[in-house]
Design a protein around this ligand. Structure first.
Ligand SMILES: *Cc1c(COP(=O)(O)O)cnc(C)c1O
Length: 396
């Protein structure tokens, strides 16, 4: 048999981590890597945070799972924390980002159907978006590489150019239910939407009674220096999908909504066996306790600013390699003038620095939010050494 036991959908690299130590990963052979990937914006608290580990251990030994048919003191606690710290009035817990976005899509459709607008089921989505890998979430993205082999797509998504408010406006019709947008595109290359665009979508949604649905699966949970990125745009969304960082490494997501937006989500309309189980709630609560306070958020903004300033100085030394730095907080992108993937591999294999490749020739910096000065210095040492001994591969 030629197929591997792990279904070969990922081109896995040679690094095989077996242990985590704060902001480092340790490979099977003992090699230490500086982790500026964080499992793709997941390990907010690094790899060995005593509070998170303790909370999971304690809950595992008390009660790991019960059905959502029972009352949930653990779920009520975390949902209340999210309600207290965001725009939301109500929360549905999921196990992943794609499920959180699915729930958000269903919530937006159900809003309109609950008020008798059966025809309003279409969401306007944006080019180069990434919303997950389920049928609905791949249908919500215009990226053909995710569609190939899985046709037909689900109906009900209209693609608009990202950050193009005029086009978004022109696409509104009798079937439109709302907008689904990442305030800062992650996989697409750390591309922040402009303030005008986000505020314009909010105004259009108000004018036409549409749902403004944000996918904050990557940019949410303190990553950008506010608990959610929408705060920095001065807007209030109707529905937000969150995941990745919210469990700090434990699989957890959530769909947050206002009371108005959730009016179609009544008894029996939606569900999940695992979603919001006590173990997941213990992890999510430990993460929220660590990050949902002004002191922590200010530290993220401060570190983000310092890294950004140093990066901007640094790229000036290599004008042939790097084009610009963009992003917010500790969600930063380094756009290259040459193909970024080979440089990413060079940093990983020759300098033990982990980042994440993204679209638009951009390297993503997504360090644990708990990095300190020592890790920041180590990052710049590795990046400088990597740029200095990089040989741009011949175009193939
Ligand atoms: C990662 C991601 C998802 C999908 O999350 P999964 O947990 O992989 O299902 C959805 N939206 C955005 C913006 C993401 O970055």
């Amino acid at each position: 048999m030629a197929i591997t036991p792990l279904m070969p959908v990922y081109p896995r690299c040679g690094v095989r981590p077996v242990r985590g130590d704060h902001c480092h990963l340790i490979d099977e052979d003992g090699t230490r890597y500086l982790d500026f990937a964080s499992g793709i914006a997941v390990n907010l608290l690094g790899h060995s945070h005593p509070g998170l580990i303790g909370a999971i251990q304690k809950q595992a030994g008390t009660l790991m799972h019960v059905s959502n048919l029972y009352g949930s003191p653990q779920g009520e606690k975390l949902a209340q924390m999210l309600v207290d710290n965001t725009f939301a009035d109500t929360v549905f817990f999921t196990n992943s980002g794609a499920e959180a976005v699915e729930t958000a899509i269903k919530t937006a459709r159900a809003y309109h159907q609950s008020i008798g607008n059966e025809d309003r089921y279409e969401l306007i989505t944006f080019t180069n978006a990434f919303h997950g890998r389920t049928m609905a979430t791949i249908s919500a993205s215009n990226q053909e590489k995710m569609h190939k082999g899985f046709m037909p797509l689900l109906e009900g998504f209209k693609y608009c150019e990202f950050d193009d408010l005029e086009m978004a406006k022109s696409l509104i019709g009798p079937k439109t239910a709302g907008f689904l947008v990442e305030p800062i595109q992650g996989e697409g290359g750390i591309r922040p939407a402009s303030d005008e665009f986000m505020q314009g979508l909010r105004a259009l949604a108000d004018e036409h009674d549409l749902m403004l649905v944000l996918d904050e699966v990557q940019c949410g949970v303190a990553r950008t220096g506010t608990l959610y990125a929408y705060e920095q745009y001065g807007i209030v969304p109707d529905i937000v999908a969150t995941a990745k960082g919210i469990g700090g490494g434990f699989p957890l997501g959530a769909c947050l909504a206002t009371e108005k937006a959730a009016r179609g989500m009544t008894f029996g309309t939606h569900g999940s066996t695992y979603g919001g189980n006590p173990l997941a709630m213990a992890a999510g609560t430990a993460v929220m306790e660590a990050v949902a306070n002004e002191e922590f958020l200010a530290s993220v903004r401060d570190k983000g600013e310092r890294i950004r300033t140093r990066l901007e100085q640094f790229i000036g030394n290599y004008p042939d390699l790097f084009e610009l730095v963009r992003g917010k907080g500790l969600m930063l992108g380094l756009k290259m003038k040459v193909e970024s993937r080979p440089f990413f591999v060079h940093l990983r294999d020759n300098h033990q620095l982990m980042m994440v490749a993204a679209g638009d020739n951009t390297l993503r910096l997504l360090p644990p939010l708990v990095i300190g000065d020592e890790e920041i210095d180590e990052f710049f040492d590795k990046l400088s050494a990597g740029a200095a001994d990089y040989v741009i591969p011949e175009a193939s």
